[in-house]
Ligand binder design. Sequence first.
Ligand SMILES: C[S@@+](CC[C@H](N)C(=O)[O-])C[C@H]1O[C@@H](n2cnc3c(N)ncnc32)[C@H](O)[C@@H]1O
Length: 247
Amino acid sequence: MSSSLMAASVPLLPTVMRFCCDALAWTLRLLRGHASAKETHAFVFTHCIHGNPTSVLATFDIYAETHVTFAIGAQTGQALDEVGRHMRPSRVLELGTYLGYSSVILLRLLPPFGRLVTVEKDSKVANLAEEIILVAGFKDPQFQVLTGKSSKIIPTLHSFLGTGPRTSDTFHMVLMDHNPRLYLVDLQALEDQNLLCPTGCTIVLILRNPKKKFLEKLYDWMDERRDFYRIKSQLHGIIEIFYQSNN
Ligand SMILES: C[S@@+](CC[C@H](N)C(=O)[O-])C[C@H]1O[C@@H](n2cnc3c(N)ncnc32)[C@H](O)[C@@H]1O
């Protein structure tokens, strides 16, 4: 009787072991709480293969198995990657850099002449992010980390886009992962400043348990402006919006 029970439970062993590992990782994350930006940066810096963006992202993911971090992580990262591959943007704006996890995903999508401008309000975190992006192998003209609050930086963005033959002063893609309370006002400011590409701009909003009322406000506003804005998808914690003013 006991040997037949054992034989029946053998196929379940991998599932049980996976469950135990997940439970252990979850307990560790709970006990350790939020990892500091400095600790996360130190782990990624020392364990990743320098010059290899995929290794940088994988090292963040390994750290996130046992620590709580602000990075968007593998699943949302993959959804962002898919949106970007479809859009093929060459000028991207990111609000909320943190340590540069999503910046590395965005930079991987850019053509050689492409450009990422990323905004982080915390200057110490912004410096750490810049180091991670350089460690991933991206060079200075491909990206710029701007330090300051989005509300202060947005009105200055035209001056960071340049006017060379292959540049223009609007963005093809905007990623917002800074503060859901600011998503609507910052989107309005970007449109007011003519920073969204009129022939098409994808706006990706990362949702981390946002208050329902912020989303309702955003949806109501977009509904009033449905000639310009269209929600394309809402998957894996991201909302993908398409903006076009040259119809
Ligand atoms: C959730 S984290 C971003 C995570 C990042 N996208 C990643 O995947 O690694 C949010 C970041 O936005 C920054 N932030 C919050 N409000 C901001 C604002 N108004 N302007 C610029 N950065 C802001 C925070 O300091 C924090 O580093």
